[in-house]
Design a protein around this ligand. Structure first.
Ligand code: APR
Length: 174
């Protein structure tokens, strides 16, 4: 099953897949980082649809169309801000990945690309985040053949290294 998980370097706004995931904030009204990049590439209609969603809780996810993006859908999920690990951050991050995959399945998405949720502005430690992400994705794909492929799209080399290491460690355990 781990062959259905890929780690690539790239810009998630350019990926021609069924769904890309946006590391959003609870307002769903855009921001910096990957959120800003996705809104810029999708165009103003994305924000208009997001306004109708009335925000989203941390760890949950909501889906919109992709508009000018090559991706059909955008799945928005607010990741947890890292406060040292004592406020359930790890469980919330796991919930982000699971919520996005559940929405992808429910909307007939067979390919889904993720950014490294919470490891930018939200300061979630990359080593922990990559293990959580790969673990949740692998666990979900093992039970859900309808998801053909999930990719982590890494925006810099350090992120890519951590996700590749996390996937390699998982494959050893499988
Ligand atoms: N493609 C893929 N990954 C990207 C892109 C892109 N075009 N742009 C940035 N990234 C990467 C960052 O390098 C980081 O590895 O996305 C990861 C997540 O970083 P952030 O975008 O800062 O997201 P996060 O840490 O979850 O913080 C979310 O930032 O932009 C605001 O509105 C957003 O308030 C929310 C907060």
């Amino acid at each position: 099953m781990s062959e259905r998980i890929e780690i690539i370097a790239g810009d998630i706004t350019r990926q021609n897949v069924d769904a890309i995931v946006n590391a959003a904030n609870c307002s769903l009204l855009g921001g910096g980082g990957v959120d800003g990049a996705i809104h810029r590439a999708a165009g103003p209609e994305l924000l208009a649809e997001c306004r109708s969603l009335n925000g989203c809780e941390t760890g949950k996810a909501k889906i919109t169309r992709g508009y000018r993006l090559p991706a059909k859908f955008v799945i928005h999920t607010p990741g947890p801000v890292w406060h040292g690990g004592s406020r359930g951050e790890e469980a919330l991050l796991a919930s982000c990945y699971r919520s996005c995959l559940e929405l992808a399945s429910a909307n007939g998405c067979r390919t889904i690309d993720f950014p490294s949720i919470s490891t930018g502005v939200y300061h979630f430690p990359l080593e922990k985040a990559s293990r959580i992400a790969v673990g949740v994705i692998a666990g979900y794909l093992a039970e859900h053949p309808e998801i053909e492929r999930a990719r982590m799209v890494c925006f810099d080399g350090r992120t890519e290294e951590h996700y590749k290491k996390a996937l390699a460690e998982l494959e050893v355990r499988l």
